[in-house]
Design a protein around this ligand. Structure first.
Ligand code: C2E
Ligand code: CA
Ligand code: CA
Length: 731
């Protein structure tokens, strides 16, 4: 900013004492007596004895008042007056002269003398004239200063207006711009000249025209216009120095009427002259507000609406459907085994997968539908238009199909399934929270009864849900109240028909719901980490169930225990397991742990080390659900793996497709090549067992041979096997 605008360089008002006099007279006596008289009041007096000296003094400094003789040697008084006039010197000259001719007198006046006295004169009269001259001088001084201040403040205002970051404008009576400040270029991209004379409505965003009508062109004055209004102004994108992302700039507007006041007789009449207004650019504030609203209503990872927005829309949709008597659908979606992917690949990849899943699901829904992410791997879909159950079913099928193609994470093919629970308004409830709860319940039913599918809510699910509500606390209670049990499923060597192994499978003997299978609670237990307590319990129970039994001890049968990722990650693993075998006196070679291939994905090195320790102690390691995971086959070489268990899903394909049969053959071939044992799981019929046997896979587990059975049943079989065997060998 120009400094002169803020520094105040105004002259201080002149005081009497500071008035400077120059007395010019070649008559020394007359001059000195005049000076003596003047000095009584005005101390600053200079003398000159001729015109020449006077001119030289005048050039050196300013005198407020000059008392000048006309008739002088060297330069006359006329010449001094002429000099003053030509040089435009600011001063007041009073002439004192012996001259009497009227010509001389008028000449002096013409040349600018303020007053003329003829010698001899009365000092009182001269003093009176001097006073008048000084009064006039003071008035002029004041006027000059006011003028200067005005100029100064006008300059200041102009500066403020033009450099204001706000758009400042004046509209004339017709609503046309008669003034706009410089900011218009920066804010809206127009040249000032472009707008002058244009009607204001030309720059109002179309949707705000109505709103702007009264506001932009505000006629009311100050106190009545203190509200601030938000509007959009059109930007001139082509002409702008900065590139405008949007062609509408949001502003906050303050405007008021300008009135001129005239006196008509005794009455004051004000006339409307136009409108003055200030428009402030609020785009960054708007952007921030938008972001905040966006964050409040969206899931930032997938950019889908979040729970809050879904609840808003559901509330609205339910009210509307209630009025019109129509139905609407709420679906609860949950990805299966997502936790496993997160554990195996890490959260970054897990997040990426969620984004891709969200995109695929989004592609399947219509514009009026709301797909929201509730958190984790949970999604919710609202179909607000009247939708029949049949239509809902086809949407669910489409959603499931959309995830069927593999995802590629870190170059690996990953399959993701989804479980969908569906609730219908108003059949299942007319309360939004209950609707969501019911959809959730239906979803859990899908999970518990075989994954990857959909089901509608049914009030029979109610008590199943009651149990789910507190699976975690239920499991804690189960541990305390001894509600857990182990079922044993034998593994048979089909060539000898003898039991060579057994898998320990957990059951929850629920006081209300009876025997509950692990698929229902293992995932929860893993999520809540209560799984580690369960595994611990299983190990102790297996030890006491089996290794206290003579026949079992003698049989040499290996027992398999299922462990979870968090068991392996536990810092006490595998030492705790080794300690347990010692505690119960179990031979390590009688123990096998089953782990799924995903478990060691996240930290293969730490896993390899731990499993190596275990293997060195003589405990075997089997890969469970082989072929269904995400890891590479390399680990089979790196890890101390003793056996692979061909998953039930492959075995069941043997009869159904050539491809399925070929796949099983390939797995068996590969394991044989690597010198790894194979166990086929879920063998249900002789077609399967014959085929597997032909391939060279002899050890099998499945309903064909035995379901998982209670410990007493299992031990009974061991005893029978022993008796049969001994009677056989006795024979
Ligand atoms: P898994 O380890 O794959 O266990 C085999 C499952 O297949 C068992 O289900 C078994 O009952 C079932 N099965 C056996 N033969 C057949 C058959 O011929 N046909 C069919 N359709 N199924 C058969 P279960 O006992 O319900 O266990 C389910 C899963 O729960 C197990 O799958 C395992 O992953 C987990 N699990 C069970 N017990 C434990 C445990 O103590 N700890 C841990 N961490 N997980 C366990
Ligand atoms: Ca298993
Ligand atoms: Ca398995």
């Amino acid at each position: 900013m120009d400094n002169s605008l803020i520094s105040s360089d105004e002259n201080p008002p002149r005081s009497e004492k500071s008035i400077s006099f120059l007395v010019v007279d070649d008559d020394a006596r007359a001059r000195e007596s005049l000076v003596a008289l003047l000095k009584r009041q005005w101390p600053d007096i200079t003398e000159a004895e001729d015109g020449e000296e006077a001119i030289s003094l005048i050039q050196q400094r300013q005198y407020n008042l000059i008392i000048l003789d006309l008739n002088m040697p060297k330069k006359s008084g006329d010449q001094v007056l002429t000099f003053i006039r030509e040089k435009k010197i600011q001063t007041t000259v009073i002439v004192i002269s012996g001259e009497t001719s009227i010509n001389k007198v008028t000449d002096a006046v013409r040349l600018g003398a303020y007053d003329i006295f003829r010698k001899p004169y009365s000092f009182d009269e001269l003093e009176h004239s001097i006073r008048n001259a000084l009064d006039k001088l003071l008035v002029e001084d004041e006027k000059a200063q006011i003028q200067k201040r005005l100029e100064h403040s006008e300059q200041l205002h102009r500066y403020m207006v033009n450099n204001s970051p706000d758009l400042i404008y004046i509209l004339n009576l017709k609503g046309e711009f008669s003034f706009v400040n410089n900011s218009v270029k920066r804010l809206l991209g127009y040249e000032r000249a472009d707008l002058i004379g244009k009607h204001y409505s030309e720059i109002i965003a179309d949707e705000d025209r109505m709103k702007a009508e009264y506001l932009f062109n505000e006629r009311r004055r100050e106190s009545r216009t203190n509200r601030t209004v938000e509007l959009g102004l059109k930007c001139n994108a082509v002409n702008s120095s900065k590139s405008f992302q949007t062609s509408v700039c949001p502003i906050e507007l303050n405007s008021m009427g300008i009135y001129s006041v005239d006196s008509k007789g005794s009455k004051k009449v004000s006339t409307y002259q136009g409108t003055y207004g200030v428009a402030r650019d609020i785009s960054s504030r708007k952007k921030a507000e938008k972001l905040i609203t966006y964050q409040a209503y969206h899931d930032l990872l997938t950019k889908l609406p979040n729970r809050a927005m879904l609840l808003d829309r559901l509330d609205l949709a339910v009210k509307q459907a209630a009025r019109t008597g129509q139905t609407l659908i709420v679906m609860f979606l949950d990805l299966d085994r997502f936790k496993l992917i997160n554990d195996s690949f890490g959260h970054v990849v897990g997040d990426q997968l969620l984004v891709e899943v969200a995109d695929r699901l989004k592609a399947e829904i219509r514009t009026g539908d709301t797909l929201a992410r509730l958190g984790g791997d949970e999604f919710m879909l609202l179909l607000p238009q009247p939708t029949t159950r049949l239509q809902a079913e086809s949407v669910a099928q489409k959603l499931i199909a959309s995830l069927q193609q593999p995802f590629y994470l870190r170059g690996k093919e990953v399959y993701v399934n989804v479980s969908i629970g569906i609730a219908v308004f108003p059949d299942d409830s007319n309360d939004i929270n209950t609707l969501i709860k019911n959809a959730d319940m239906a979803m859990y039913d899908v999970k518990a009864t075989g994954k990857n599918g959909y089901t509608f809510y049914d009030d029979k699910l109610e008590h199943a849900a009651a149990e789910k509500i507190s699976i975690e606390s239920g499991l804690r209670k189960a541990l305390k109240n001894d509600e857990l049990e182990i079922y044993y499923q034998p593994q048979l060597d089909v060539t000898t028909r003898r039991i060579v192994g057994v898998e320990a499978l957990l059951r929850w003997n629920h006081p209300e719901f009876g025997l509950v299978e692990p698929n229902y609670f293992i995932e929860h237990a893993e999520e809540s980490r209560i799984i580690e307590q369960l595994s611990d319990w299983v190990l102790h129970r297996v030890a006491t169930d089996l290794f206290a039994n003579e026949d079992f001890l003698a049989s040499g049968i290996k027992v398999s225990i299922n462990l979870s990722a968090s068991d392996i990650r536990n810092k006490n693993f595998p030492e705790s397991l080794v300690a347990l075998t010692r505690h119960y006196g179990i031979e390590p070679k009688r123990l096998e742990i089953e782990i799924t291939e995903n478990m060691f994905m996240s930290d293969i090195q730490a896993c390899t080390h731990k499993l190596q320790v275990l293997s060195n102690k003589g405990i075997s390691i089997a890969i469970d659900d082989f072929g269904t995971g995400y890891s590479s086959l390399n680990y089979l070489r790196e890890l101390p793996v003793h056996a692979v268990k061909i998953d039930y899903s492959f075995v069941s394909e043997i009869e159904h497709s050539e491809k399925g049969a070929a796949l099983v053959a390939a797995i068996v071939g590969m394991a044989q090549g690597l010198g790894i044992d194979i166990v086929a799981e879920g063998v249900e019929n002789t077609n399967q067992s014959d085929y597997l046997e032909e391939l060279g896979c002899h050890v099998m587990q499945g309903y064909l041979f035995s379901r998982p059975v209670a410990v007493s049943d299992f031990l009974g079989r061991i005893t029978t096997q022993k008796e049969n065997y001994s009677s056989l060998s006795n024979a």
